[in-house]
Design a protein around this ligand. Sequence first.
Ligand code: ADP
Length: 191
Amino acid sequence: MLNILLFGPPGAGKGTQSEKLIARYNLVHLSTGDIFRANIKGATELGILAKSYMDKGQLVPDEVTIRMLESEVNKNPNAKGFIFDGFPRTQAQAEALDNLLKSKSVSITLMLALEVEEEELRKRLLLRGKDSGRPDDQNPDVIQKRIDVYNNETSPVKHFYTSQGKYKGINGIGEIEEIFNLLCVEIDSAK
Ligand code: ADP
């Protein structure tokens, strides 16, 4: 099983690259942000709860996020593998994911981290906010909050995978196709 973690700050290009990777490797794409947004659209209880955090640029609480992710993984028993996009974002989420995969006798193959500096992220997110309709991309204070949360809570998750020898940093600046090729080279050599 090929289980890829696509990691990186908000606006690094995880969603764009995930779309290309699932097509090439026939994987199931689990984006926690997308799942929350679908729940917001459907006005589910989970969506209403998630929205109250997302609109402020805060993380949705671990307990809620982990339960949701587990149920999404369990919905795909025949998957050839997964791309986890936007998860794990905390140490507790990383540990929960490890335990879940262990219980199925599988593991994470590789963490691919898209590296993009902050100034570029702020530019990309504001640009995306112009037509994405995402409220969290339209407010500079919320964007900064998300970058700060990434630096303080999410970025340290790298160490968890570095210590397992699974971390690979990838330059996230350049042409989409060029970055995609860099990701594929890493995946092909880890398979
Ligand atoms: P981006 O990476 O551009 O910020 P996402 O779609 O991945 O966009 O996430 C949007 C928001 O959804 C986050 O700011 C956060 O509030 C919430 N969210 C997504 N994934 C998680 C997660 N794993 N844990 C907690 N909150 C999450």
